[in-house]
Write a protein that binds this ligand. Sequence first.
Ligand code: AMP
Length: 544
Amino acid sequence: MRGRMMDWPLLISSLIEHAAQNHADAEIVSRSVEGPMHRTTYAEVNRRSKQLAKALGKLDVGFGDRVATLAWNGYRHVELYYAISGIGSVCHTVNPRLFVDQLIYIFNHAADKVLFFDLTFLPLVEKLAAQMKTVRHFVLMTDRAHMPASSPLKLLCYEELLAAEDDDLHWPRFDELTASSLCYTSGTTGNPKGALYTHRSTVIHALTCCATDVFSMSAEDSVCPIVPMFHVNGWAVPYAAAMSGTRLVMPGPALDGASVAKLFNDEGVTFSLGVPTVWLGLIKHMDETGGKFRTFKRMLVGGSAIAPSLVEAFQKRYGVNVRHGWGMSELSPVGTTGTLKRKHMGLSEDEKIQVQLKQGRALYGVEMKIVDAEGKRLPHDGKAQGELLVRGPGVVSGYFNDEEASRAALDEEGWFRTGDVGTIDTDGYLQITDRRKDVIKSGGEWISSIDIENMAIGHPDIQEAAVIGLPHQKWGERPLLIAVPKEGKTPTKEAVTQFIAGKVEKWMVPDDVVFVKELPHTATGKLLKIKLREDFKNHRLPGT
Ligand code: AMP
């Protein structure tokens, strides 16, 4: 028997419409690319998104067409998110930090019809335009006053497109399984792969992100997504904020410690989200300037594992509650968050931090299992380590127009292979120990590169660290630590290995330490281990 409830599709347009109805005057504050701070509201963004939707129609953008954006976090990017998906087209966010070859591949593979981009990216777009085979219109996201005097491209002006339209539009109703947005993963091998989200997956994911143990998004908050909207939907913040009427503070391109600290204090930011690199920059600035946070109370860290020293710095010295999260493009993207349970309330501050350092518990709608090399399920006992697989309404079932990658994506039971390795404890907390291809297999045991990296960063003279496995005749592989010393510091190999030796089993201590000025990163700020393995393939470990 079917129930008697309305068959009401979960559409992205309902989020901005809801915000405009119920939080009309809630602000969206942006540090604009042009310079000054800009202030708007949900009502205004809804109105302008409708004008933009009409303008898209005039550019011949229809249902299912892909529209690309190359833009920072700002109000115009929010308008694009809603306008493009709102009319059933696909909002394809492009990460400008990718290599040029990958960018060209992505534009052509997605077959984008129109490209919207911030002024910052004009030189990049002018350079790549001739190789973008499908893009018919290039729209600069600015007003007439900031349009360049000349350009080899025929550029359209965003504000002029909007000004030519009225907002007399009712968001269309269509199937909630319609594709809404597209984000390519920046894998270290092979071509990038497109995660193609649906309206349903996006709305459900935003709803779960609002929950108290996830983002705790509320109409009292002022949230600053440092995590860019050009990658994995800005961790769903633009959607979750509209759903909960949360004031949005958009950082634009200024992501250095000083700019972020000023923005937080000037705009009364209560909650923010970002990758560890951003938080490291912020804490460095605060420590150097002796600054204080006026309103900043909680932060979500994800994208890479968080080091204990960072949690301690924010929680103990600055009173900011740290939440660790894990996710990936293929998961919309948030999979777990590491909030405590009632049973943890009696623990000491340091014991609580041990729980918080894990990647956390699954959001509702994300089911997790870990398996061994043969695909056999392993127990959730906090000890057994295996590859993590997930499934749920916000998890990809394949990739956009890529049958080969899609076939390899799922196991025979239909679970998505994350490529991450970890443990899950009896309370459901996931701990990621490595990427499958980065784990170091030494004498039949697995050494977690993440664990050793975090320990190395705990050394007072080390800024950043990477651990890779090098071939070893006796043990198969042994760890090499590659570390960047803090400015003005000259730690010795012995000091660093002794520091680590006190904290782990003897056989986990790296066989050698190399100091370098900087480490290579991917476009999303992760350590580029493939490059390190190449760079150090001829490195001889002591005794080999
Ligand atoms: P992306 O699709 O670019 O968001 O990258 C997803 C990958 O980032 C995951 O598969 C993990 O390898 C890594 N990752 C994300 N969050 C964390 C975390 N908290 N700790 C360790 N690795 C993480």
